[in-house]
Design a protein around this ligand. Sequence first.
Ligand code: COA
Length: 131
Amino acid sequence: MELLMTKVCMTKDIGVHGNLFGGIMLSWIDEAAVAMSNRICKTPNMVTRKMTEILFERPVKVGHTINIYGKAVTMGTTSIALNVEARRYNVYTTEEDVVCRTQIVFVRIDEEGNKIPIAGEVRRKFAEEQG
Ligand SMILES: CC(C)(COP(=O)(O)OP(=O)(O)OC[C@H]1O[C@@H](n2cnc3c(N)ncnc32)[C@H](O)[C@@H]1OP(=O)(O)O)[C@@H](O)C(=O)NCCC(=O)NCCS
């Protein structure tokens, strides 16, 4: 997987139980992943269509460093699916633990918000790389 983004959990990010608020984590993941899908699909016009089951596996506390990783797994005519993992990074040991994972589907849209095909050249290149 490719490192897409690093965040540090701030006090403003904490929910009522002293852990990172889940919605904040989702916004980090969505932002990191859409940037990756825009880059791969060579367009700034990808929108989030689906997030699969989202597992919050470990708590994140104030001061924790979170690395967000992504990998493109499939590409259709108008959509791309990315696997995404948020990992808690231990600055002392450099070890990482997955704290949250999901899969996200993005769809390319036009100016009216309708789905349109990802460029043929992009789809061919992706298919070649997948073997
Ligand atoms: C994105 C949007 C334009 C798609 O329009 P649509 O006419 O409904 O098209 P569909 O969703 O049926 O199909 C588009 C692609 O999504 C894929 N898709 C749809 N539902 C899916 C699902 N449950 N799982 C995986 N892929 C799915 C389709 O397979 C298709 O991909 P393909 O062309 O590569 O095969 C429309 O659903 C929309 O505007 N959604 C809101 C987007 C948004 O605001 N996101 C921000 C979230 S707050």
